[in-house]
Ligand binder design. Structure first.
Ligand code: FES
Length: 230
C-alpha cells in the first residue's frame, strides 16, 4: 500500500513554497458590504488536485499562483524575518465582558474584516452582550491572518472556525489587488532553515515577495498593487 504524504509546506531558500500531501487549492475573493467593508469570502475557482506543487513566493512567476522558476531570474531575496515566538506570548490581550481578544499586529495583512460594524475592538468593550461574542468570533474567523483570536472568558479557549487543511489564493477586488496565500486548518510550515513555525488554524503567506515579515504577509501587496496576472 502506498503511504500518503502528510500535508505540509516547505519554504525553499530564496525559492517557492513546496506543498506536499494533496493539499486542496482554491482562489477566493473578499466580498464587501455597502459600506465597502469586507464581510465574507467567495470561492472563485478550485484548482485541480495535485499531490505536490510549488507556489510562487517571489511574485514574479508568469504562471501564478504556481512557481515557474522566475525567482532565479529576478534574484529573489526571500530571507525569513518573522518572529518564532508563540502567538500567545507576543499577542496583546484585550479583556472584555464576554470574551477576550488576542492581537498580534505584526501579522496584519490589511484584510479589513475587523473594520466591520464599529470595529472588533468596540465589541470587546460591549458589556453583557452575548451577541457581541458571536459577532466577534465570526469577524475574527474571517480574518485570514491569525492576527486576532477570540478566547472564551474563564477557560481562555480559542473560538476558531473549523477549516479543512487547505490553501486559498486571495484576491481583493475592492482594492484592485491580489493578496497572500491563506493557509487554513493547521498545515505545518517548515522554514528554509529546517525549523517549523507554530502551527496555526489561520495564517497568510506572502506571495508578492515584498513583505518585511517573511514568510508571512504584512500587507505590502496593497501598497505595491500586486496583481496575479502581471
Ligand atoms: S502578499 Fe501580502 S505582503 Fe506579500
Amino acid at each position: 500500500m502506498i503511504e500518503k504524504k502528510a500535508k505540509r509546506i516547505e519554504i525553499i531558500s530564496n525559492g517557492p513554497y513546496v506543498v506536499t500531501g494533496n493539499v486542496p487549492l482554491a482562489k477566493e475573493i473578499s466580498v464587501r458590504d455597502k459600506k465597502g467593508v469586507p464581510v465574507e469570502w467567495e470561492i472563485l475557482e478550485r484548482y485541480p488536485d495535485q499531490e505536490d506543487y510549488d507556489l510562487c513566493r517571489c511574485g514574479a512567476s508568469k504562471n501564478k499562483p504556481f512557481c515557474d522558476g522566475s525567482h532565479h531570474a529576478v534574484d529573489f531575496e526571500g530571507r525569513e524575518t518573522a518572529s518564532r515566538a508563540p502567538f500567545s506570548q507576543v499577542a496583546e490581550r484585550y479583556e472584555g465582558a464576554e470574551f477576550d481578544l488576542l492581537d498580534d499586529e505584526e501579522l496584519c495583512a490589511g484584510a479589513q474584516f475587523c473594520h466591520r460594524g464599529e470595529g472588533i475592538w468596540e465589541l470587546v468593550d460591549a458589556p453583557n452582550d452575548s451577541n457581541a461574542r458571536l459577532m466577534a468570533a465570526e469577524i475574527v474567523g474571517n480574518c485570514p491572518t491569525g492576527r486576532l483570536v477570540v478566547c472564551e472568558k474563564g477557560t481562555g479557549k480559542p473560538i476558531e472556525p473549523h477549516f479543512e487543511k487547505s490553501i486559498t489564493v486571495l484576491e481583493d477586488p475592492g482594492r484592485k489587488c491580489s493578496g497572500p496565500l491563506w493557509v487554513k486548518g493547521g498545515i505545518p510550515i517548515q522554514s528554509s532553515d529546517g525549523s517549523e513555525y507554530e502551527v496555526r488554524n489561520r495564517a497568510t503567506l506572502c506571495r508578492c515577495g515584498k513583505s518585511s515579515n517573511k514568510p508571512f504577509c504584512d500587507g505590502t501587496h496593497i501598497s505595491i498593487r500586486f496583481k496575479d496576472d502581471e
